[in-house]
Design a protein around this ligand. Sequence first.
Ligand code: URP
Ligand code: ZN
Length: 462
Amino acid sequence: MKTLIKNGTIVTSSDTFMGDLLIENEKISGIASSITQEVDDIIDASGKLVIPGGIDVHTHFQLPVKGMLSADGFESGSRSAVYGGVTTFIDFAHQVKGEPPMKALDDRIEEAHGETYIDFGLHYGITDFSDDLLKMVPQFISRGVPSFKLYMVYEGLMSNDAVIYAMLQAVREFGGLVIVHAENSHLVDFLTDKLRDAGKLDIPWLPRSRPDFVEIEAIRRILYLTEVTKSRLYTVHVSTGEGAALIASAKGRGVLAFGETCPQYLALTEEIYNRPESYLFTCNPPLRTRTDSEALWKGLSMGALQVISTDHCSFTREQKETGKADFTKVPNGLPGIETLLPLSFSEGVMKGRLSPGQWVDCISTNPAKMFGLYPLKGTLSPGADADVVVFDPEKKQVVQPEILHSNVDYSPYIGMEIQGWPEITISRGRVLLKDGKFQGKKDWGKFIPRKYEDPASPSWSL
Ligand code: URP
Ligand code: ZN
């Protein structure tokens, strides 16, 4: 099967030009200013951008939070991804206390089996560190899971500094990457207790329980441990400008430190917690100030941060309402996989904060490089998987829950006018979305074992 995408504006991290893209079966086989070939299907991309499919390296499908399960499973989460032009996601296999460590990975792959329209990978979430687990790091890496998530916060999940140190040493020795949720747990507990004592648990107080220094201290500490162990670190959902600056300055000293931020920290600010339905916007870390979001955009454009991912962890209104009067009870997390590309294009490229190439870097190429998917994914080069999106840069949409396709009945971006929306989503050569019609098959997505490349000597640069 041959498909030719003609007359599009091809945008990659290094180039923007008018041209054609040839797909043969599951792979890209040609890219040039003009391709003439006998093909089975021609897609006219005049006036559209042709980009590598979005890669969201931070999703939580069906995650247990505060006695609830996040509303999107692999099926609805990946369906919503397709509508948003995301063709690969990386979710988590979290260790289960008392069970053999590898079982969590096998179980999670099984859970996703036959339930995802697009390809996926998994990070391993460490919640019960032991010497035995440490010895298994090479086994996880050889199974294509070279990224290990540590939480510096959350009772039952969090790792202390000794565990962080040991894991940083392990990835230094065996390869792979530590990824971290950086918040100082003791400070969160202390500040929350004080607010509780003062009867201040309603939602507008959420940011006061996790102020910026809660994140900044944790990032500073783990960067220092990364530096002394000469290891590698990726910080998820950086929400503060200072957090991004710390990563940049560590990088300047030669530390292999990388980071992501998320659309919620780029497009929304903490004033939202004074709205009547403020509980719908609760996430950890919380939303910050306009100064922070502008600094995060700057951080992306200057290379302090490399990735925009979503931390998609969706709950329905009904689920969120269980904590509407108490931020300690509300299930934390926001949906976002479907709006990742449109929102980052609209707020980033259309507002002059990112060039089109930088945008593609942040939502596709850098995530692929950081997490061992490149050059299989994240690029439009011949030989890469034909994960391709035809993106309409002119299409305007006001975000309403009705236009979205996840299992939730609201969007944190409700009412925002967004310019730029995916029109066609292709995964490994198969058209999953075209003319508004979803053509996905639930068993199309495959688990992709990832092969981590040491960023100290990669075949690519960031
Ligand atoms: O509030 C968030 N970010 N929920 C998802 C789970 C986590 O904390 O990363
Ligand atoms: Zn997360």
